[in-house]
Design a binder for this molecule. Structure first.
Ligand SMILES: [Fe+2]
Ligand SMILES: [Fe+2]
Length: 153
C-alpha cells in the first residue's frame, strides 16, 4: 500500500462518520479533488506531488470532523500533525511542509512558501472548477485568473 493510500484509508474512516450524506459526498469530492489538483500543481512547479496530495487530503478535515469552519486552517494543521505522527507515514520535514500548507491555506490574499501556495491554488481550482456554472468568488478571482494564465486556459 502506498502511503497516500494509507492516509486516504484513515481519512475515509473519519469522513464516513459524517451523518449528512450530501455533506459527506461533498467532503469526499473536495478532499480528493484538491488532492488531485495539488498533484498537478506540484508536478508543474517541481515540488513533491505526494506531499502535495497528502496536504490536499488533510486540509479541511478538521472542519468536516467538527462541523465548524471556525479557525479550521490552524486547528486543521494541529489535527494533521496528530494524524501524521500517529500513522508514521512522513519524516519530520515532510510533516512540517504538510502542516504549514494546511495552516496557511485560508490566507488566500498573501503569498507563503511554494508548497503552501500549491495547496491554496489547488483549493481555489476545486472551488472554481467543480461546477463551471457557479460564479467565481471575488476573493478567489485574482488567484483563479493567475492559475488560468499558468495553465494557458
Ligand atoms: Fe479550508
Ligand atoms: Fe478546501
Amino acid at each position: 500500500m502506498t502511503r497516500l493510500k494509507a492516509l486516504r484509508k484513515h481519512i475515509n474512516h473519519v469522513i464516513n462518520k459524517m451523518e449528512d450524506p450530501d455533506k459527506r459526498t461533498g467532503a469526499i469530492a473536495h478532499l480528493y479533488g484538491v488532492s488531485l489538483a495539488a498533484v498537478m500543481l506540484a508536478k508543474k512547479r517541481g515540488l513533491d506531488p505526494e506531499i502535495a496530495a497528502m496536504a490536499g487530503m488533510l486540509h479541511d478535515l478538521h472542519a468536516y470532523k467538527t462541523g465548524s469552519y471556525d479557525d479550521h486552517a490552524h486547528k486543521g494543521a494541529d489535527l494533521a500533525r496528530k494524524i501524521l505522527t500517529e500513522l508514521e507515514l512522513t519524516d519530520e520535514a515532510e510533516t512540517e511542509m504538510i502542516c504549514s500548507a494546511i495552516y496557511h491555506h485560508d490566507d488566500k490574499a498573501s503569498e507563503d512558501s511554494p508548497m503552501d501556495e500549491v495547496l491554496k491554488d489547488a483549493d481555489v481550482i476545486h472551488h472554481c472548477m467543480n461546477d463551471p456554472a457557479k460564479p467565481v468568488k471575488e476573493k478567489e478571482q485574482s488567484r483563479y485568473d493567475r492559475l488560468c494564465g499558468e495553465f494557458g486556459l
